[in-house]
Design a binder for this molecule. Structure first.
Ligand SMILES: Nc1ncnc2c1ncn2[C@@H]1O[C@H](COP(=O)(O)OP(=O)(O)O)[C@@H](O)[C@H]1O
Ligand SMILES: [Mg+2]
Length: 403
């Protein structure tokens, strides 16, 4: 089983997938820019270093030449920006897996919504807009409040909730660098994920997590410590329509084998609305959270699904797992962390990992990365307790920066 794996060292969690591939018996042929991280060397059968992993034409040329005369069974890239490149390579080299057209449905947010809507599933009313006048026309049609966001967005960047014409007037100049935007009906409600590991389109592992608060709010207010909690009880009535929606979306988009990460909204009237989906795992440690939820190793089980089209992981859900991201007060280097010791002591048996940036390190840019200035993962079998524990940390652990 020869598996080409794109960018096995970066982002850092890719090292875990590389390990997983090796553990299920694959010969891992890594392709990345820069030398491979020393920690993954034992898992690599071979490695091609390319100048720029995002330069698709160049990578396709180099990989094709490198693989000449070798048989290849799989080509995988699960960092979002590499999912299309992996599909292009598969098509070029005749390797099984999802096609370029299928992966496009997971990458182009407009095409995605069109395909999902065509299957009769509820998506936000949306228009693709390229100019200010197109945006005004779309706003007229859709009405306020509305959402304006880049078609090729990520991490809520350049995403605005707009309440009125006056606000749209103010926001439009800030969007001038965005060539294509989506102008959408604002869907009010709670926001959840729907995550899977699929084998040939069939979800073999399913997860739902709730964002507290919604990502756009978390990204707008620096003082917030965003919390995301995986839901232990997937049988509860509240989630059924969302899980059905998610399952329908996988079919509508012709999902193949691998991870999916979807977001959906639950309105107060019970209606569920599709948000977006990627054919890759969720970021910001969501896979770690899912692993702690079931005491499973999804890095390895993903690899098993990809290589052998099977899944052997545990799916019994034992915990609600919360991740809590902290943002320091002040700028520059972290100087102090208050309340951490006490918080860890009172939550002790439920803490999975504490990864706050140590004193002396420079703050991360909270607008650029949800990871912010570090995180704590904790879990509890009872939903309310898990949320309470996370909110306790959000409120009572304070990181201070300055100087
Ligand atoms: N139509 C919408 N209605 C309400 N909120 C939205 C809508 N579109 C986006 N948002 C908010 O903005 C966030 C980011 O948008 P999303 O489409 O998920 O893009 P990305 O996560 O790739 O930046 C969402 O998580 C949600 O909180
Ligand atoms: Mg999103």
């Amino acid at each position: 089983m020869n598996v080409v794996f794109l960018s096995p060292s970066y982002p850092p969690e890719m090292r875990e997938y590389t390990r997983g591939l090796a553990e299920v018996g694959a010969n891992v042929l890594g392709v990345g820019d820069g030398p491979p991280d020393p920690r993954i060397r034992p898992y690599l059968a071979d490695y091609l270093q390319v100048p720029r992993i995002l330069d698709e034409e160049d990578v396709i040329r180099r990989v094709t030449a490198w693989l000449r005369g070798r048989s290849v069974d799989r080509i995988e890239g699960i960092w979002e920006v590499l999912t299309l490149l992996a599909a292009r390579l598969r098509e070029r080299l005749g390797v099984p897996g999802m096609s370029v057209s299928t992966v496009m449905g997971f990458r182009d947010k407009q095409l995605m919504k069109e395909r999902v809507a065509a299957a009769g599933l509820r998506v936000p009313i949306a228009r693709r807009v390229r100019t200010a006048s197109e945006t005004w026309a779309a706003a007229e049609e859709i009405g306020f409040p509305l959402i304006l966001k880049p078609i090729a967005g990520a991490g809520s960047a350049d995403t605005y909730r707009i309440e009125s014409k006056a606000e749209l007037e103010k926001i439009l100049p800030r969007m001038s660098h965005v060539t294509e935007a989506s102008c959408e009906e604002f869907v009010d409600g709670e926001e959840f994920t729907f995550d899977t590991v699929c084998v040939e389109g069939q979800p073999r592992f399913v997860n739902v997590a709730q964002y507290l608060p919604r990502p756009l709010v978390a990204r707008t207010e620096e003082w917030i410590s965003p919390v995301i909690v995986t839901v232990r009880d997937l049988k509860q009535p509240k989630l059924q329509k969302g899980i059905e929606l998610g399952t329908g979306v996988l079919q509508a988009l012709n999902m193949g084998t691998g991870f999916t990460h979807m977001e959906w909204y639950l309105k107060s009237n019970g209606e569920v609305v599709f948000g977006e989906i990627g054919c890759r795992p969720g970021g910001a440690h969501l896979v770690d959270q899912m692993n702690y939820t079931c005491d499973v190793d999804l890095f390895r089980e993903w690899a098993r699904a990809v290589c052998w089209r099977s899944f052997e992981g545990r799916t019994e859900r034992r915990y609600n797992v919360a991740i809590l991201f902290k943002r320091a007060l002040g700028q520059g280097r972290i100087t102090r962390v208050d309340g951490l010791k006490e918080f860890l002591a009172r939550s002790h048996p439920w803490i999975c990992t504490e990864q706050l940036l140590p004193v002396g390190t420079h703050r991360r840019d909270w607008k650029q990365t949800l990871l912010s200035d570090g995180h704590i993962i904790l879990r509890h079998p009872d939903w309310d307790r898990a949320v309470q524990l996370a909110f306790d940390g959000a409120k009572n652990v304070t990181m201070i920066a300055g100087g």
